[in-house]
Design a protein around this ligand. Structure first.
Ligand code: UD1
Length: 440
């Protein structure tokens, strides 16, 4: 019912504050299952995925209240163990309730996950890891059930450093008997953030940010007040917006060290990038250079920035190759980009981008969260008007995306049922205003 209309080809200028990291906030919300005491999380973005996770947790029986950027959760009283399809199908990250429920209550049942349409996104590593901790697993057609009398620490090597499997197994291991060694663990900043939060709750986890996590099980965890790190993917998206429009944009409230390879690649395409303590400024050049990119688990180039860079490199003078190593089928938005001037061919997991393209007017569909954002970025560079439909995908992960781009000078708006919605209203979810601690 909603679409975004961008009238592009004007440079963006100004500063934008970056919100808390979606992929941290969601997991830290699930960590609240591990304790009966209140968990207060600050810097939680106002996005649809957070809202869905709040609904999942409320369905389980947690109390969830939001006050501004703070979300307070408490898992005391009667807590259920089943996350239903109607919610899990909306967001794959719901699967992360599995480990905490199993650890605290010895049982969990989760419907098979949905989420971004980017390949199979299997859960075999989650299952095998929990089995090694002593869980009995029953995989049905529509749901996954796990149970245990007592989890016991184990040595668990992951075949691939899956972010979700690392989080699920680590949270289960927090309350297991004895020590768990998780090898080939994911090293993303959001994993480090979750570890820092869990350790503040009384967990004993060492090695965060390395590929070996050592988790000594404890009897119980306590409540915490914790602030989520800035969203490096949102920051990167706004930097690409500056780059693709030849503008001058500063992202504030960020951790520049988390953007490592993204800023490096932005420099390689010819942007001037300067880092402050908590900010990054980008000045886009009049002409962009081609680069090759391979996505990899952190500290490699983030797969979530693959689509935005595809849009950017469509403007570069020459051929670029992007190799997708993390997800299958993450090139599905190429058809959409082609409709507005992109010229890309696919050879297995390599995309060859013929640059020097002028983005043209057209109507495109956001196939998933990051590809949706990439189409908006392409629209910012278009000569004419680009309409993006299915923008609920974008609202999953970007708070007030259009109004924040508009504040940088973008000519962009959201329409609903053919009538324009005032940008001032914002395009994020309207959580009710703070004061009384409104339930999510
Ligand atoms: C998380 C992020 C997502 C990011 C991704 C990779 C959240 C909510 N989402 O997703 O934005 O793009 O990390 O950085 O944090 N795999 C298996 N078996 C498993 C688990 C994963 O084969 O049991 C495969 C997946 O199919 C995929 C790859 O491993 O090809 C990476 O998946 P994973 O790291 O688990 O990503 P998510 O946690 O789903």
């Amino acid at each position: 019912m909603h679409k975004i209309i961008v009238r592009g080809n004007n440079p963006l200028f100004g500063e934008v504050d970056i919100q808390g990291a979606k992929n941290s906030a969601l997991k830290i919300m699930t960590a609240s299952i591990l304790t009966p005491e209140p968990v207060i999380i600050d810097n939680v973005p106002n996005i649809r995925d957070v809202s869905v996770m709040a609904d999942v947790l409320k369905e389980l029986g947690l109390t969830v209240a939001r006050e501004g950027r703070k979300v307070t959760l408490q898992a005391n009283g009667s807590i259920g163990i089943e996350a239903p399809y109607q919610l899990v199908s909306q967001m794959r990250a719901s699967i992360i309730v599995l480990g905490p429920l199993l650890a605290r209550f010895g049982r969990a049942k989760v419907a098979m996950p949905g989420g971004c349409n980017i390949g199979l996104r299997k859960i075999d590593l989650h299952i095998r890891g929990l089995e090694k901790l002593g869980a009995k697993i029953d995989v049905g057609q529509a749901s996954l059930e796990v149970r245990t009398d007592r989890l016991v620490g184990a040595n668990i090597p992951l075949d691939f450093p899956s972010v979700g499997a690392t989080e699920n197994i680590m949270m289960a291991a927090c309350l297991a008997k004895g020590t768990t060694v998780l090898d080939n663990a994911a090293r993303e900043p959001e994993i480090v953030d979750l570890v820092n939060c869990l350790n503040s709750m009384g967990a004993r986890i060492n090695g965060a940010g390395t590929s070996t996590l050592i988790i000594e099980g404890v009897e119980r965890l306590k409540g915490v007040s914790y602030k989520v790190i800035p969203d490096r993917i949102e920051a990167s998206t706004f930097l690409v917006a500056g780059a693709i429009t030849g503008g001058d944009v500063t992202v504030k409230s960020v951790c520049p060290e988390h953007l490592g390879l993204v800023t490096k690649k932005l420099k390689m395409v010819g942007c001037e990038v300067s880092e402050g303590e908590n900010s990054i400024n980008i000045k886009g050049p009049s002409s962009l250079k081609p680069v090759n990119i391979s996505t990899l688990p952190y500290p490699g180039f983030p797969t979530d920035m693959q689509a935005p860079f595809m849009a950017l490199l469509s403007k570069a003078e020459g051929l670029s190759i992007i190799t997708e190593n993390v997800f299958e089928n993450r090139f599905s938005f190429i058809n959409e980009l082609s409709k507005i001037g992109g010229q890309i061919t696919i050879e297995r997991h390599h995309a060859v981008i013929t640059g020097g393209r002028t983005m043209v007017p057209g109507v495109v569909r956001a196939p998933d969260l990051r590809a949706g954002a990439a189409l908006v970025l392409a629209g910012l560079a278009a000569h004419g008007s680009v309409e993006i439909t299915d923008i609920h995908h974008i609202q999953r992960g970007y708070e007030d995306f259009t109004s924040r781009l508009a504040s940088l000078g973008a000519n962009i708006e959201i329409t609903e049922d053919e009538s324009l919605v005032e940008l001032a209203v914002g395009d994020g979810l309207n959580f009710e205003t703070p004061s009384a601690g409104v339930g999510l």
